[in-house]
Design a protein around this ligand. Structure first.
Ligand code: NAD
Length: 498
């Protein structure tokens, strides 16, 4: 079944500043539909001066607007209204996101959009329960720690899950009273801009959420470098994150960076191998293989390696590839021509490095001009080769055998990344040894990705700085202030007195 084109695409996209749409004032760039391989809209970029206007709107809303001063009940009401509005328009947002990213519509409907709406509900609940601290240890004094919104936040997101990732950044910033300027990826602005519009229809005051569109080194750079930006929340590639942190250091704006990964999916002989196989396929091929937490290095215990790999390859070959709007599709196109070329280059590199491409490694011209790549599985000669070390960000799995827990840990941890890891085993001592030894921010045991919003999410090593989640976002988007009051007036030394 193919969903009908019941919604329309904007001909030209610009910015959203102070509660209103606003034409971009910079260069114009095509916005692609990756399934068609051609532009379907045009983005007018925001120049540095428009970025400045967006930040100024956020500063005004922060310093003089109602939002940072609103009661928790009021903010909760608006966040819940946004949640309801996003759910009412979920079909439209999923359609826009599908047109722009090639993510399969079914995944958008089942995972991304419910999650985007739930982010607002989650933070509405969270702010109703958060508490402060009181210290009474110093005799005669009470010191209270209060948290105040931090100011204007820059929220920068990538193209691989635009609405799901931007909604998390926005909900977590505004729930605590911050105001913000959002910059989606220049590749995938469609659904994020519509989401911001819907948030205003739901009752968000002007200036709290502003949005600029444009390329990273221009629009993004102007935003991060803006001296009035007090927080930078970035999701994207590791090299970009490194650069952003340096830029933000210029005015000492704290950053959270959710970056890349090359996560190990580790299958022991003691696992339920059928479930481990399902999990491994989901781990690398869902979201068209373009996700930070993909289980892209599949490590399998040697005793079951050959059998597991054979079944993995057989299933990968049977994946239904095609139109992401089609309910039956399991793998859509890659998000851009550049991403397709990247995957093809890594298939060639795998052969050069002595790897065996067991399946895939080519584009699929039979599917038309869209950016389709075959699901790819490569037997690598060792963990040190580049295809096992670099984040490829596509439907590209590397397969490698291991011998026992120590070997599995050594291979899994030999990576500059440390975002997530997956362990498949029903043997408790094995699971315990693995969860203790893995150097990643999240370890999923016998399950594919399952995000617990209450818990901190983020990476070790070059996968990130800081965490997202209830308490982690509260700490990041607020400043702590200590108010010390004497219980009885203290005796004061009378300087200069008689
Ligand atoms: P990217 O780093 O190229 O771009 C991300 C965003 O940063 C875009 O909006 C881009 O315009 C902007 N940007 C680029 N240069 C900038 C600059 N100098 N200043 C300010 N902004 C700038 O990443 P991408 O290719 O869009 O996304 C893929 C990457 O994102 C992958 O590495 C993936 O692992 C990572 N990712 C991480 C997570 C996570 O939670 N850890 C989630 C999703 C994606």
């Amino acid at each position: 079944m193919t969903a009908g084109a019941a919604f329309s695409l904007p001909a030209l996209l610009g910015a959203w500043i102070d509660g209103r749409p606003c034409a971009g004032d910079g260069e114009q760039w095509p916005v692609f539909n990756p399934a068609l391989g051609r532009p379907v809209s045009v983005l007018a970029e925001s120049s540095a001066s428009q970025v400045d206007a967006a930040v100024k709107a956020a500063v005004t809303a922060f310093e003089r607007g109602p939002w940072p001063r609103a009661s928790v009940e009021h903010r909760q009401g608006v966040l819940r209204a946004i949640q309801a509005q996003l759910l009412r328009h979920a079909e439209e947002l999923a359609w826009l996101e599908c047109q722009n990213t090639g993510i399969v519509l079914r995944e958008l409907r089942q995972r991304h959009l419910p999650r985007a709406a739930a982010n607002f509900g989650f933070f509405a609940d969270y702010i109703g329960q958060s508490a402060g601290q009181v210290y009474r240890q110093t005799p005669g004094y009470t010191s209270t720690v209060v948290r105040e919104p931090a100011g204007v936040a820059a929220l920068i997101s990538p193209w691989n899950a635009p609405v799901a990732l931007s909604s998390m950044q926005i909900a977590s910033a505004i729930a605590f009273g911050a105001t913000c300027v959002v910059k989606p990826s220049e590749q995938s602005p469609l659904a994020v801009l519509r989401m911001v519009e819907l948030m205003h229809e739901a009752g968000l005051p002007p200036g709290v959420v502003n949005l600029v569109n444009g390329r990273g080194p221009l629009t993004g750079e102007a935003l991060v470098a803006h001296p009035d930006v007090r927080r930078v929340c970035f999701t994207g590639g590791t090299e970009t994150g490194r650069h952003i942190m340096q830029t933000a250091a210029g005015h000492l704006a704290p950053c959270t960076l959710e970056l890349g990964g090359k996560s190990a999916n580790i299958v022991f002989e003691s696992a339920d191998l059928g479930r481990a196989l399902d999990g491994a396929l989901l781990g690398i091929f869902s979201n068209n293989g373009q996700q930070c937490l993909a289980g892209s290095r599949i490590l399998v215990q040697r005793s079951v390696f050959d059998d597991f790999v054979e079944r993995f390859v057989e299933r990968a070959r049977r994946l239904r590839i095609g139109d992401p709007m089609d309910e039956a599709t399991e793998l859509g196109p890659l998000a851009s021509q550049a991403q397709l070329q990247r995957v093809l280059r890594y298939a060639a590199l795998a052969r050069e490095e002595g790897g065996r491409v067991l399946t895939g490694g080519a584009a699929i011209p039979a599917l038309g001009p869209g950016f389709y790549a075959e699901p790819t599985a490569v037997l690598v000669p060792g963990n040190a080769c580049r295809v096992a070390q670099d984040e490829i960000f596509g439907p590209f799995a590397t397969l490698l055998p291991f011998d026992g827990v120590e070997d599995a840990l050594a291979i899994a941890n030999a990576s500059r990344y440390g975002l997530v890891s997956y362990v498949w085993s029903d043997h408790l001592p094995t699971v315990t040894a693995m969860t203790e030894g893995l150097r990643t921010g999240v370890v999923w045991v016998n399950t594919p990705m399952t995000r617990e919003l209450r818990a901190p999410f983020g990476g070790f090593k070059e996968s990130g700085v800081g965490r997202q989640g209830g308490a982690a976002c509260e700490a990041f988007f607020t400043e702590e202030k200590v108010v010390t009051v004497p219980i009885v007036p203290p005796v004061l030394r009378r300087l200069g007195g008689q």
